[in-house]
Design a protein around this ligand. Sequence first.
Ligand SMILES: NC(=O)c1ccc[n+]([C@@H]2O[C@H](COP(=O)([O-])OP(=O)(O)OC[C@H]3O[C@@H](n4cnc5c(N)ncnc54)[C@H](OP(=O)(O)O)[C@@H]3O)[C@@H](O)[C@H]2O)c1
Length: 306
Amino acid sequence: MTVPTKTLPSGAELPALGLGTYDLNDGETADSVRAALDAGYAHIDTAEGYRNEAVIGDALAASDVDRDDVFLTSKVLAKHLDYESVIASCEASLDRLGTDYLDLYLVHWPNPAISLRETLRAMAELRDRGLVRDVGVSNFSAYQLSCAHHVSDVPIAVNQIEYHPWFQRPDLVDYCRESDTVIEAAAPLARTDVFDDDVVAELAEEYDKHPAQVVLRWALDNDAVALPRSSTPDHVRANADLDWELDEADRRRLDDRDRNRPVYDTRPATGRTTCTGSSSDALTGFQSQTALLSSRSTGRPVSADS
Ligand SMILES: NC(=O)c1ccc[n+]([C@@H]2O[C@H](COP(=O)([O-])OP(=O)(O)OC[C@H]3O[C@@H](n4cnc5c(N)ncnc54)[C@H](OP(=O)(O)O)[C@@H]3O)[C@@H](O)[C@H]2O)c1
């Protein structure tokens, strides 16, 4: 398969197809990682919250693939965003994965209870120590992402967000593009929901492809990195079938299918506002705006760690 790549601030190349690994049990994780490596995937997405890093590490160690030929991403939980915990979480992820560096390390969800500046200072320290090559965020709104760009000493390379034909988030996507932040599409198949879309089904028939393949081709054509998850090795292999073209007019038909319908990121949309003040203003704004999206009693983000 031929997979395009995105060049990150470190100079590393991020493959535009990665294996998603959320919510797989140990046996499924091992089987899907093996199937993915055999099928030529060079990118695996995990998180400390997925509790599968050790199984992924074992599968990588048992494979013939060199560590440097796999792009490995992990994420730090929202409750671990103070300086010391970010460092400790990363070191623990490296230990479980059996590697001495991550290609990409992401803040899994924003957390208004912890200073964003402090979190990103820890991310910069990890980069300086060579433990991570690039850093980024996940599930950040345009406003939150702009605050991250304002207060970070290292480039914010990526925003991993829910993105599929039924949830296209034009304001957030525009801001990511303007700020040179690569979009990684989490839940790119909308957990199979979009397979029922009339146009997806019609195009699948027309191109003799599975709806999953149509939706993944669309994500890549819209400049996103897609992270499909599957517990079924045949599906893992099928999702790597990207050596075909979706006609430009058909891509636009899928662009028109947006329903603003998330499968997991159900927080209210916050529009295109970005942070324009000084760094300290930005941080305060980030915390007060994010607080609106959070549970007042616990200070924890609304959504779970998917
Ligand atoms: N940063 C975040 O907060 C966040 C949130 C959500 C997701 N993510 C990342 O994005 C990845 C993907 O998202 P997701 O896991 O929510 O769901 P998804 O990839 O949108 O959908 C997974 C579902 O699609 C099915 N599927 C996959 N390929 C298929 C195929 N070729 N034919 C038929 N069915 C197929 C799978 O079933 P089978 O198992 O039967 O194949 C599974 O039920 C995650 O694993 C994770 O790495 C990140």
